[in-house]
Design a protein around this ligand. Structure first.
Ligand code: PRP
Length: 207
């Protein structure tokens, strides 16, 4: 069974419904993506490593924790970049490593055009960001790159997934948990998620 977390939070469902609406304008679309990313990141970081620490309050000493894992966000360009802002509000000290991929519209295979990862890994956990997990090709190719880079712990965070994408990602990388706002019905014959929300990159950037 895939390690799949489909959000059950009513605010996520509410915002996703607005996001899907064909009448939602680009500015509102970007704002909703930012808010959804923040909410989903809250769910996806529930097992982040901590150490115990004490803190001095105005009234005494309290026992608390400190998040200690170095986290890297890996947005898949273009559309994954829309998920960055919300998550960086929640995790201001993260590193961001962009990966540029586009899907060939005939073969649906991912073509890489940008990767500036340094030789050695600089983070312990990577969260791959892409709003759409359609065939899963882009997510699998990105996680292949990150594993070759040497990162052991990787998570995928997206907005919508098709069953085909979940299956492909889980078969290629069964150790990678998948966090999404919703699992949709299927892919259509040109590889778009149905009912979906259309082309996330185009709706985000007005193209
Ligand atoms: C879309 C989407 C994902 C990819 C998903 O990107 O943002 O990156 O397709 O499809 P897959 O799961 O079948 O690989 P697209 O190639 O349209 O590029 P863009 O983000 O630049 O719009």
């Amino acid at each position: 069974m895939p390690d799949l977390y489909v959000s059950r939070h009513p605010l996520v469902k509410h915002k996703l419904t607005l996001l899907r609406d064909v009448n939602t304008d680009h500015r509102t679309f970007r704002e909703l993506v930012r808010e959804l990313a923040l909410l989903l990141c809250y769910e996806a970081t529930q097992d982040i490593a901590i150490s115990l620490k004490t803190v001095t309050t105005p009234m005494g000493v309290a026992y608390g924790v400190k998040a200690i894992e170095r986290v890297g966000l890996v947005p898949i360009m273009r559309a994954g970049m829309g998920l960055l802002d919300g998550i960086m509000e929640l995790l201001p000290d993260v590193q961001v490593w962009h990966i540029g991929l586009y899907r060939d519209e005939h073969t649906l295979r991912p073509i890489q055009y940008y990767n500036k990862l340094p030789a050695e890994p600089t983070v312990q956990v990577c969260i791959v960001l892409d709003p759409m997990l359609a065939t899963g090709g882009s997510a699998v190719a990105t996680i292949d790159i990150l594993k070759k880079w040497g990162v052991q712990r990787i998570k995928f965070l997206g907005l919508l997934a098709a069953p085909e994408g979940i299956k492909r990602l889980h078969e290629a990388h069964p150790d990678v948990p998948i966090y999404v706002a919703e699992l949709d019905e299927r892919l259509n014959d040109i590889g778009f998620i149905v009912p979906g929300l259309g082309d996330a990159g185009d709706r985000m950037f007005g193209t």
